[in-house]
Design a protein around this ligand. Structure first.
Ligand SMILES: *Cc1c(COP(=O)(O)O)cnc(C)c1O
Length: 832
């Protein structure tokens, strides 16, 4: 058929079931299993096929079945309870303490039925939104609706990955089209070379937080343009810049069209950085000069980076920038060179425009996603603040967290509820409320066994389906039905197959591995993961893994499941005993899957990288290797593999199988309790969102209001001061009397420094003594102004080390305006 359009007929629900519809269109159900159960009961077979999508379920359920349920007293009771709890949730959120926050992200992972995420970044964004709703934050999400989504992975028997893109119809999803006053799709235009691309949006309501997902799939666009938002991370730099223009520029315009005016603008990754350009353009169009417009736009913006390696940052060749952003410098009232300087980076092959650099230029707060990643990021972006020491680079961190209610298994939730204080449900970030010591050993063990058994059943069924689809022999199908032992120690490893994640580290010493797996203690593994469609090394990793498992005859002990998505993630983190993670340090910015596992009573066994480097306390799991960086990858792989085997064989297995009289492993369960307690609250999205509010959202909102007050007099001042200081800084001279080595014996180092800084306001100049102890600690001490000698300002000070040791020191001048976001917002630094 030549399809002209689609017809969607929502059933008219009988009065007592009307609430189902209300619940279906709010993703609140995605973290409320009792709500999901209501939809599942409509038709369990469909429910599985539709990947738990309640809207599709309502559309496809037989009307007779609906009519019958409308008479079913027990079902109606459940509906009533769920609807009531849903309404109560919406009406009882805490009062927001912040003005509106706009949260931009290229991907959002809310639920498996809405495949607009690829992995960790998207799930994190989804959890941020869910926790923002729990918190009652005034926040709006902006992203893209990909009508072919991210791919579903199918694996052939030899591990060949096939990418399947299923067409997603918004009218069959928990989305509502955003319409204008006339009921037509609301749309905004984004300028592309030689044309305007029209963008519309669908609203996903997530608790109290709306998320607008934009799409170019509109008939008024040229056929090719309708596919701009078809797929997440579609290949090619041109596609990437196009999608990022839609996200950043289209996103701001969409918010305006909706009448929404965020005060704080949060870029989740550099993908969204073009938003800053559009916000500056608006201000320039309203009459502000570019420098003030930039200060104003940046004052409310936060940039969260998730990338630990320089090559991971998005960047575009300048000719692509010319093609797509060619008109922009005129709109902003600056030159092409000034425009390019906003994001310019020199690579070995020439200059590029870096989205992370742009995001840093157009924000006044930035953060990494774990303590270690904050440090890695400060070093990575150091070159943008020349003259500062790495720890002074103004990039902080908020460690990621996971949405407790999305990932905690209902059975465990029941157990926790029984034994934790009642306020726990609303204050999940408070460690005091996680009374894991009160969880009875037998109950905890019973639930753990039940979750493992559930995992084993589900692995069998998935493996069966996987093999059946691949046309494998009946014997192989029968094996699948008996795969795994529900009582054996079960280890999960699931993540993107990127080489740095080292999925095959386990196979470094095959003989040793086989010896452990065929030893006295039963142990089994479940692997899963996708490789990015363009990542050929990642794909061959999967085949390699399959070949290794087969060659070693370990197919009964190591299972590889296809299509790692949120639902498989939930299944694995809830059912395994050990969560294994073997990234090459420090390549894991944070990682969050291990947090989900710990929440469910699994123990982490991981490289001290990302979040685990700050969570591990020797009593809540195991480390692999230590906090050392190795000279070569091979050396690190060998050392880490040896550590892995040793700990597994001599610590983990004996502890798991050390059973008391009742058959419970007390030592193991004590570690489980410690793990739940130390990870559950601290690595929750509730804690994460609270940190964002206190560290960033509130201060940014306050500062940006202050700068814009009184017709932006402070903005003008800062902009003028930056321009002036920049133009004069090369004339600044700093020299120091009595420099050189000193031996301190009771008496300190005395310094006199002279600063010549013509045409710069004295009150913004500081001279500092910077001391670094050989162990690495940095101290910065201001020198006192001590008048003037001829043309120079004089500064004095003395320094006596607190304790013996060897130190290096230097003296520097910096310029700091009192209205800046911090002393190192901009690096005007001159070392003597
Ligand atoms: C939690 C989650 C991730 C993030 O996992 P890490 O490997 O810890 O970064 C990725 N994919 C899915 C489907 C998840 O649920």
């Amino acid at each position: 058929m030549n399809v002209l359009g689609r017809i969607t007929a929502m059933p008219t629900l009988p009065a007592p079931l009307k609430g189902l519809r209300e619940v279906a269109y709010n993703l609140w159900w995605s973290w409320n299993p009792e709500a999901q159960r209501l939809f599942e009961q409509l038709d369990p077979g469909n429910w599985k096929r539709f990947r738990g999508n309640p809207v599709k379920q309502l559309l496809e359920t037989d009307p007779d079945r609906i009519a019958a349920l409308a008479e079913d007293v027990s079902y109606l009771g459940h509906v009533e309870a769920v609807v009531e709890s849903f309404r109560k949730y919406l009406s009882s959120r805490p009062k927001s303490t912040t003005p509106l926050i706009g949260y931009f992200s290229m991907e959002f992972g809310f639920h498996e039925s809405l495949p607009i995420y690829s992995g960790g970044l998207g799930i994190l964004a989804g959890d941020h939104i869910k926790a923002a709703s729990d918190h009652g934050l005034s926040l709006v999400g902006i992203g893209l609706f990909y009508h072919q989504g991210y791919f579903r992975q199918e694996l052939s028997p030899d591990g060949q990955q096939k990418e399947v893109y299923d067409e997603q119809h918004p009218e069959e999803l928990p989305l509502t089209p955003v319409e204008d006053a006339e009921g037509k799709p609301l749309r905004v235009g984004v300028e592309f070379p030689g044309r305007t691309v029209w963008v519309t949006a669908y609203k996903a309501q997530v608790g109290t937080v709306p998320v607008y997902l934009m799409s170019t799939n509109l008939p008024e666009n040229a056929p090719d343009d309708r596919y701009l938002t078809a797929r997440l991370y579609a290949p090619g730099q041109e596609m990437r810049i196009q999608q990022e223009l839609i996200l950043g520029i289209g996103g701001v315009r969409m918010l305006r069209a909706l009448g929404l005016a965020p005060t704080v603008w949060h870029m989740n990754e550099g993908h969204a950085a073009f938003m800053g350009l559009e916000r500056i353009r608006e201000l320039v169009a309203s009459g502000k000069p570019f420098p003030e417009a930039l200060e104003a736009a940046a004052s409310g913006a936060l940039f969260t980076t998730h990338t630990p390696v320089p090559a991971g940052h998005d960047s575009f060749p300048l000719d692509l920038m010319d093609r797509y952003l060619g008109g922009w410098w005129d709109k902003l009232g600056i030159s092409r060179d000034e425009f390019m300087a906003l994001g310019l980076e020199q690579k070995s092959w020439g200059p590029v425009f870096s989205m992370s650099h742009l995001a840093l230029t157009l924000s006044r707060a930035a953060n990494g996603v774990s303590r270690l990643h904050g440090e890695v990021s400060r070093n990575m972006f150091r070159h943008l603040w020349p003259g500062l020491e790495p720890e002074e680079v103004p990039v902080g961190h908020v460690t990621n967290g996971v949405h407790t209610w999305t990932f905690l298994h209902p059975e465990l939730l029941g157990l926790y509820r029984q034994h934790f204080p009642p306020q726990w449900r609303e204050q999940v970030e408070d460690p005091e409320l996680w009374r894991t010591e009160d969880l009875p050993e037998e109950d905890l063990w019973r639930v753990r066994n039940s979750l493992r058994a559930h995992l084993v059943r589900e692995v069998r069924s998935r493996l069966f389906e996987q093999r059946k689809r691949n046309g494998e022999a009946p014997a192989r199908l029968r094996e699948a039905e008996k795969a795994l032992d529900p009582h054996a120690l079960t280890i999960g490893f699931a993540r993107r197959f990127a080489t740095y994640k080292r999925a095959v580290l386990l196979f470094t010493d095959p003989e040793r591995l086989v010896r452990i797996l065929r030893g006295a203690y039963p142990v089994q593994f479940v692997f899963a993961g996708k490789a990015h469609p363009q990542d050929d090394p990642g794909k061959s990793f999967i085949k390699d893994l399959v070949a290794k498992i087969r060659d070693l005859g370990l197919e009964d002990r190591i299972i590889l499941l296809e299509n790692y998505d949120i639902s498989l993630a939930r299944l694995l983190v809830q059912g395994v005993d050990i969560w294994l993670n073997t990234p090459r340090r420090p390549m894991e910015a944070s990682g969050t899957s291990g947090m989900k596992a710990a929440l469910n009573g699994a123990l982490n066994f991981s490289i001290l990288d990302g979040w685990w480097a700050e969570a591990f306390n020797t009593r809540n799991g195991w480390q692999i290797g230590d906090e050392r960086n190795y000279a070569t990858d091979e050396a690190q792989d060998t050392a880490d593999a040896q550590a892995l085997y040793y700990t597994l064989e001599y610590e983990i297995l004996p502890l798991f199988y050390a059973r008391g009289a009742e058959g419970t492993p007390s030592g193991w369960l004590n570690m489980v309790r410690e793990s739940i307690k130390s990870v559950g609250p601290r690595f929750s999205a509730a804690r994460m969102v609270r940190d964002y509010v206190n560290q960033y959202y509130i201060p940014l909102a306050q500062r940006s209001a202050r700068l814009s007050a009184q017709e932006g007099v402070r903005l003008k001042e800062i902009a003028a001061w930056k321009t002036q200081t920049k133009s004069q800084w090369s004339n600044v001279r700093l020299w120091v009397e009595n420099r050189g080595d000193v031996m301190v014996n009771g008496q300190g180092l005395n310094l006199r420094a002279f600063l010549s800084a013509p045409n710069l306001p004295e009150n913004t100049l500081r001279v500092e003594l910077v001391v670094r102890r050989s162990s690495g600690d940095l101290e910065v001490l201001p020198l006192r102004p001590a008048g003037r000698e001829r043309e120079a300002l004089v500064f004095e000070g003395s320094y006596l080390p607190h304790r013996p040791g060897s130190y290096v020191y230097g003296v520097r001048a910096i310029a700091v305006h009192p209205e800046l976001s911090g002393p190192h917002e901009v690096a005007f630094v001159k070392w003597a």
